[in-house]
Design a protein around this ligand. Sequence first.
Ligand SMILES: O=C(O)COP(=O)(O)O
Ligand SMILES: [Mg+2]
Length: 227
Amino acid sequence: MNGFPFRSVVFDLDGTLADTAPDLTAALNHSLVALGRAPIAGEAVRHMVGHGARALLARGLAATGDGSEAEVDRGFPIFMAFYQAHIADHSQAFPGVEAALAALEAEGVALAICTNKLEGLARQLIAALGWEGRFAAVIGGDTLAVRKPDPAPLHAAIAAAGGGPAAFVGDSITDTETARAAGVPCVALSFGFSDRPPEQLGADRLIDHWDALLPALRALGGGAAQG
Ligand SMILES: O=C(O)COP(=O)(O)O
Ligand SMILES: [Mg+2]
């Protein structure tokens, strides 16, 4: 056992490891315009992310008119084709991510991802950001039969990373609810895509920059962290 309190740390993807809002916004607006809708401002789209591509499209369609399943079915292939072709045109890691991941690796901590992004899209994005092979597990929204806030995907990510003590790092209420349901301590970022004030996420620790992650994890300790 190393001196670090956690053996594995699991990360959310959109709004946590990477600012993917510009490319998600472009894909959503491409789809909306193709269906004869008005585009939506990027700032509004940010807060619609976190439940997967279909949910983002459903929210965008509902905000601009008919949000029925039939409309989502119509728009989904349009969204997917565009997003897959432009998944990392503008998406990038948040400042400090690389240094924090390297510092955790230097502590011998295993890294994993638990996202509601479709696993295929998550893997495509991870490769585009140069992170292929860096994460012991990538659990997406369609990897299991359930997705966040169900605790199963987080448990699966922790198990694939070699087990606990584990902590989860995310940006949304979905992430903090997932962590609570899983009995895993949670650090939330204040600068992600949350649709509510970050102080209301109910995280064990809230950080304003990735530079603060390791001190927050150390302060959090491993006592309650069973994966
Ligand atoms: O909504 C998505 O595409 C996924 O979002 P997440 O990575 O924050 O879970
Ligand atoms: Mg997120």
